[in-house]
Design a protein. Structure first.
Length: 112
């Protein structure tokens, strides 16, 4: 039974590692247009693009650097809607958590 688990894990990990990286040029048009609106400074560059499912939508998580330092993380739905932005996502937590000013992300199935 352990061998089946090891084989299944190896197959899943190798598939994920062999996937082609996502580039700005390969983004869907609406996502690329929204990203262009987010990138205002010529010093901003896209460092990494990942995807994840959120309800029925595919979300693109895009890490942006400014002068080589982590600056912004933006989440854009496949429709082009910006669903979340986070400044300085890689900055270490200094132990001063203040959840009072945190904003909850809306549920993908909720409606206003």
């Amino acid at each position: 039974m352990r061998w089946m688990f090891v084989i299944a894990t190896t197959v899943l990990l190798s598939t994920a590692l062999l996937a082609d990286p996502i580039t700005v040029d390969s983004l869907p048009g609406p996502v690329r247009d929204s990203l262009k609106n987010v990138l205002q400074n010529p010093q901003e560059t896209v460092a990494n693009i990942e995807t994840y499912d959120w309800g029925p939508a595919l979300i693109y998580k895009i890490s942006i650097t400014l002068n080589g330092q982590p600056y912004l993380e933006v989440h854009i739905a496949d429709t082009g809607k910006v669903v979340r932005t986070d400044e300085n996502p890689d900055v270490a937590d200094k132990g001063d958590d203040d959840d009072a000013d945190a904003n909850a992300s809306p549920s993908p199935t909720s409606s206003p």
